[in-house]
Design a protein around this ligand. Structure first.
Ligand code: NAD
Length: 319
């Protein structure tokens, strides 16, 4: 049974399992539009009502494909997209680009508004600009009715906390900071988001494909030791007749402060499998065994963004 949770200060109720559409841009291998359409239809039929995409995914391909798949179903979903990231090294968080970007996204998504609009990977921006220009510009887009709610996303937690502390964000998206490999979201961003009433979205419960049998895509930024540890975790689960992605998703779904956990999916089999995991049981001993197998690779994260936005400078170490 799908569970629905309130998303922070918004009036939205989102499915605890959310649909990440970055694979629609072929970031995890070639996908097929017909199968993507079937995956979206299957997800909605099973009660998934939260969809995330961005212009960056497949350099606009993912938005176009998701827009097509949502035709006739748009009113059944909470739709989130982003702005500000347009390539590996192509960022623009200016108000001028935002006004252009949202119109381009709406055209690709074939809708007159999105439900949530995020500034994408803000650690690559100048945080003065993000706070002084980007967030007020997002508020202006909200007033125009092109989005109902606004927020930011990124990898380092310090910049996300700073953005949330403006008290202007309805939601914040963090990825790769709360799953079987890492749990530092809980000490840092979670209490700040709660204090400010910003809905918390946790993405990448499979650590961007690392916690799967197939393993990570070539571009995965984790250090070699982390990849090796994930492989050992997979072998341990397999030796017990278990599938690591099932276990990893279960662990992430159990994290109550999060409104929705975003998993990347691109076919019906993945959607059905992940829907099944909603009804699975929690095994804290297994989580602990996997934590031990991860060893020193647990809670290790890679750098992302401008040096001045690094968590090594902005986060106060917790006891
Ligand atoms: P993820 O951890 O969800 O892993 C996705 C990979 O796991 C894909 O290869 C998918 O095919 C595979 N997968 C899914 N279910 C599976 C299953 N049951 N068994 C085996 N393999 C399975 O990583 P992600 O897709 O990068 O993250 C989820 C979503 O969150 C993204 O699609 C995107 O929408 C969002 N996200 C946003 C940001 C950001 O804003 N900066 C960053 C990361 C992710």
């Amino acid at each position: 049974m799908m569970e629905y949770r309130s998303l922070g200060r918004t009036d939205l109720r989102v499915s605890s399992l959310g649909f990440g559409a970055s694979p629609f841009g072929d970031a995890y291998g070639e996908t097929h539009p017909e199968e993507l359409n079937r995956a979206v239809a299957c997800a909605i039929d099973h009660g998934i009502n939260f969809f995330d995409v961005a212009p960056y995914y497949g350099l606009t391909l993912a938005e176009t494909r998701l827009g097509a798949a949502l035709q006739g179903r748009r009113d059944r979903v909470v739709l989130m997209t982003k702005f500000g990231r347009y390539g590996l090294d192509d960022f623009d968080f200016s108000a001028a680009r935002l006004h252009k970007s949202i119109d381009e996204s709406l055209a690709r998504l074939k809708t007159d508004h999105v439900d949530i609009l995020l500034a994408h990977d803000i650690e690559f921006g100048d945080m003065e600009q993000v706070v002084e220009e980007t967030i007020p510009a997002l508020e202006a887009i909200k007033k125009q009715g092109k989005t109902r709610f606004i927020g930011v996303s990124g990898l380092p937690l310090g910049v996300l906390m700073r953005a949330v502390e403006t008290d202007k964000l309805d939601v914040v998206l963090s990825y790769c900071r709360y799953n079987l490999m890492i749990r530092d979201l809980d000490q840092h961003l979670t209490p700040v988001a709660k204090r400010h009433g910003s809905g918390l979205i946790n993405a990448s419960p499979l650590h961007m494909g690392l916690l799967t049998k197939k393993g990570p895509p070539d571009w995965h930024p984790a250090p070699a030791a982390v990849k090796k540890a994930a492989h050992a975790m997979e072998e341990y689960c397999a030796s017990r007749g278990l599938s690591l992605p099932d276990v990893a998703l279960r662990m992430a779904l159990d994290y109550a402060p999060v409104a929705t956990t975003l998993v990347g999916m691109s076919n019906v089999a993945e959607v059905e499998r992940n829907i099944e995991t909603l009804g699975s049981t929690t095994d804290p001993e297994l989580f602990e065994d996997l934590r031990k197998i991860a060893g020193p690779s647990f809670n290790q994260i890679w750098e992302s963004g401008r040096p001045e936005n690094s968590d090594s400078l902005l986060l106060v170490p917790q006891a």
